[in-house]
Design a protein around this ligand. Sequence first.
Ligand SMILES: Cc1cc2nc3c(=O)[nH]c(=O)nc-3n(C[C@H](O)[C@H](O)[C@H](O)COP(=O)(O)O)c2cc1C
Length: 490
Amino acid sequence: MASITIRNLDDEVKELLRRLAAENDRSMEEQARVMIRAAVDSQTGPIGRLDQIERTLQELAGSHSGAIPAAAPAGKSLPRGSLANKRILLVIGGGIAAYKALDLIRRLRERGAAVRVVMTTAAQEFVTPLSIGALSADHVFTELFDRNDEHDVGHIRLSREAELLVVAPATADLMAKLANGHANDLASTVLLATDKPVLMAPAMNPRMWSHAATRRNRAALAKDGISFVGPTKGEMAESNEAGEGRMAEPLEIAAAIEAMLDTRAKPLAGRRIIVTSGPTHEPIDPVRYIANRSSGKQGHAIAAALARLGADVRLVSGPVGVADPSGVKTIHVERAQEMRDAVEQLLPADAAVFVAAVADWRTEASAGEKIKKVAGEGPPVLRMVENPDILAGIGHHKQRPTLVVGFAAETHDLLRNAEAKLARKGADFIVANDVSQESGIGPSGVMGGDRNRVRIVSKTGVEEWPEMSKDEVAARLAALIAERLKTIVV
Ligand SMILES: Cc1cc2nc3c(=O)[nH]c(=O)nc-3n(C[C@H](O)[C@H](O)[C@H](O)COP(=O)(O)O)c2cc1C
């Protein structure tokens, strides 16, 4: 397949593509392909197709809230992306995930940021300064004692010129150095010398991550005001191992950066909001459990969207594969009873949003040892008992938050079930989503997928929202919560 050389496009078109790509979480090439495909599909003649491509670009630009003028006057630059004019210093540590830093640089530049890079000596074993320099379009800094850079104390300048320092991958070694105040190479010196916020994206083998020393260092860094994104659970690139320690994906890191540098109004500042997310795991024995298909994507996105509006968000998450959202305090639980206890301990709160798919039932008692298959005895009988109803419990609690929002994932009779739930559970509104095969949302459906179509059911009626990404649902819901909290008088 022929490749698209973005470099050869006009600056104006490039700028537009950069914004659209960032907004749609695509690379610029991918964005260009989608738009060209759309234009070709319109079945016009060869000349008409070109017109159509231009029109598509202009229409798409006009349809964005950033209100890029359809055709900017010649010589005037178009408004930039979500990180326009932001200066980011990226410190790349020596881990396998250093290759993801290449993509991260592209994602940040697509959003309009200027990215300067410091690489540790170990990082250069994994990716070359040449590739990093080509992507960042800047000199790559590697040496503390560099005659060219240090005539004006370059390490201090580097650490202060940026608005944010990002360490990705943050190795166990870099975390240990900063936690203990070491400054024996350019990366650690810059991190110690800065007066700007620092975001770390740790990446390491699960055993290194769970080691008591790393846990101590992480806690010390968090106490010192360092922010974290990830790590997540998943396959490790280098060792056929799986577990917690995988670096957050570049898009997740970019989102965390956007949140940290976001200077927009914070209508939820000073509000404390509890969010639950993900499934619960109800044990049968030490190795087996009852679960459901909830991925945590929607709940985590809502927690992140509320935090972006300034709320002090406490997320109670069941076992999920998505990263803890940045700027949110996350409490990890497994069982429904643990989730209920964690939520109750977080009261009082201004609002609570119950997105988690909590198991309705658990086994009456989980076996202390693995249940063995015994020839001739047939399968074991599992006696189930009801789990606590967390939404109803909080909806009728003496410390009930001002606003209580529940989610209803239904496969049939969506509206009837949601309306019944609203009254029974003491919620202010229910976000109802159709999780049936017929929902029409992608092959994977709503649960686990990236899109959602919801209805907001309240005493005053039903509001239907069109299908959108889970991030968009989250942003709209966060705005609705901010609006409701503003108007509710207690
Ligand atoms: C193949 C290989 C992969 C490695 N991957 C990681 C990693 O993912 N995370 C980590 O913390 N250390 C990893 N290490 C160890 C670091 O490279 C080592 O601790 C190094 O001193 C880190 O230096 P830096 O923190 O200055 O970049 C790896 C080492 C090797 C040889």
